[in-house]
Structure formats: C-alpha cells, structure tokens
Design a protein around this ligand. Structure first.
Ligand code: 13P
Length: 241
C-alpha cells in the first residue's frame, strides 16, 4: 500500500479555509503518497468539489454506529459517504476524552463505516500518566484489540498511533519510542498490511526523521494540516521516505 498522509482539521475550518485545500491540490496535482483531508463535517461536501480530480481523498472525523435514526447532532457513515468522504477517523483521543467514547463503541462505529464502504482510520494512544507508569504497550494493545474488529484488513483500515501527550503540544516521543510502539503494534494487527500512522505534533521540520522509522507508514496530522504549505512539506517528506 502507498504511504498515507492524513490531515485532521478537527474543529477548525470555515468556507475561506477551503482555499488551503485548493492550494494543496494545485501544488500537488499528482501527490507521491496517498493524501486524505478530514475537515469538519460542514465542509466535506464543498471540499469534495474542491479536490475533485486531484487524487486527494476526504474523510470525516467521526460517525454514529447506527445507519439512521433519532440521534440529534450525529452523522451516519452513509451521510459522510454521500457528502463525498471515503474515509472516517474513529476513536480519536479527543472523542474518547470529550465524549467518553469507549473502545467498544469505536468498534461499533468501525463496523458501520465498513458497511458503508468507508475506510476507517482508527486512533489509539496512551496518556502521559500511562507512559510514565510504563503502561504504554499494554494500553495501546488493549485499545487496538477492543476498537478494531478482527476482520480488519489493509484495504478497509488504517491505524494511527497518537500519544495523547504529543497532540498539539510540540512534544513528540523519541525516535526509539515511536519505533518501539510501531514494531509492537505491527505484531498485534489482525492484518500486518494495515498501514500504521504516527500522529502528534508532526511538522515539516520533524517529518523526515519520523518517516525514516521502520513500521511508520505515514502520519495523521492536526495543526500542520491546516496550511497547504505545511501539509505540503509533510507530503513531500513522506514521498522522500
Ligand atoms: P497535532 O498534529 O496538532 O499535534 O494533532 C495530532 C492529531 O491529533 C491528529 O489527529
């Protein structure tokens, strides 16, 4: 599978910010790696017009486990697909923290997304306290086991390792720490071909050193995905790796 650069815009992005997606597509008419942009749900349909023909794909940031129903404020996988998404991020640590999402709920959402034909980007990662307690591998193994159904394959699933304490902080694990977790996770995947992304303070300046690590198949990028120049720098680094 090609390497993957996924951008998670989180709760950032108004109409004017589509100019960044437009600039990205103009700079990378034929990107050297797979690229997925995950804007807020309100921008998915319009971004799919902006990125049409670019080879870049679009993802949602969450979906409900049900196909439809009385779930005010929620979005189904079919609605994401209908708006132009091919991917969906599930189990991001911000969803787990802000909305109390459990790994079992994430697994239900993963199945719903697969049923609709979406590729899932399933997120796992330890808190700083868990790392300090030496529990990192145990935590990510448990999250992976319970968030990801065992019939996951490389074609319907991507896994993103995002240490919670590295998200938006400018801090990253050491190369050895990232390599250790990725090597461990590779052995835990139901399909060893599933792409394993690293996420947490990835920037153009540190991208080369992260992408040089074994078992790192790309990145899930937050803040640096909002600007075409920054995300483009990360795409370029991944293309070089
Ligand atoms: P930052 O790249 O802003 O640290 O965010 C990472 C992340 O949470 C992507 O899902």
């Amino acid at each position: 599978m090609p390497r993957l650069a996924a951008g998670n815009w989180k709760m950032h992005g108004l109409s004017d910010d589509l100019a960044e997606a437009r600039a990205l597509a103009a700079t990378w008419p034929d990107p050297p790696v797979d690229v997925v942009l995950c804007p807020p749900a309100t921008l998915i349909a319009r971004m799919s017009v902006v990125l049409a023909g670019s080879g870049m794909r679009i993802g949602g940031q969450d979906c409900h486990a049900a196909t439809s129903g009385a779930h005010t404020g929620d979005i189904s996988a079919a609605m994401l697909a209908d708006a132009g998404a091919s991917h969906v991020i599930l189990g991001h640590s911000e969803r787990r923290a802000d909305h109390g999402e459990t790994s079992a709920q994430v697994a239900d959402k993963v199945r719903a997304a697969w049923d609709t034909g979406l590729t899932t980007i399933v997120c796992i990662g330890e808190t700083e306290a868990e790392r300090n307690a030496g529990a990192t591998l145990e935590v990510v193994a448990g999250q992976l086991e319970h968030s990801l159904p065992r019939n996951a394959t490389a074609s319907n699933t991507v896994v993103a390792y995002e240490p919670v304490w590295a998200i938006g902080t400018g801090r990253t694990p050491s190369p050895d720490e990232i390599a250790e977790v990725h090597a461990f996770l590779r052995g835990q995947l139901p399909d060893p071909g599933i792409r394993l992304l690293y996420g947490g303070s990835v920037k153009p300046a540190n991208a080369d050193s992260i992408f040089a690590l074994p078992e790192v198949d790309g990145a899930l990028v937050g803040g640096a995905s909002l600007k075409a120049a920054d995300f483009g720098g990360i795409i370029a680094a991944l293309g070089r790796a």
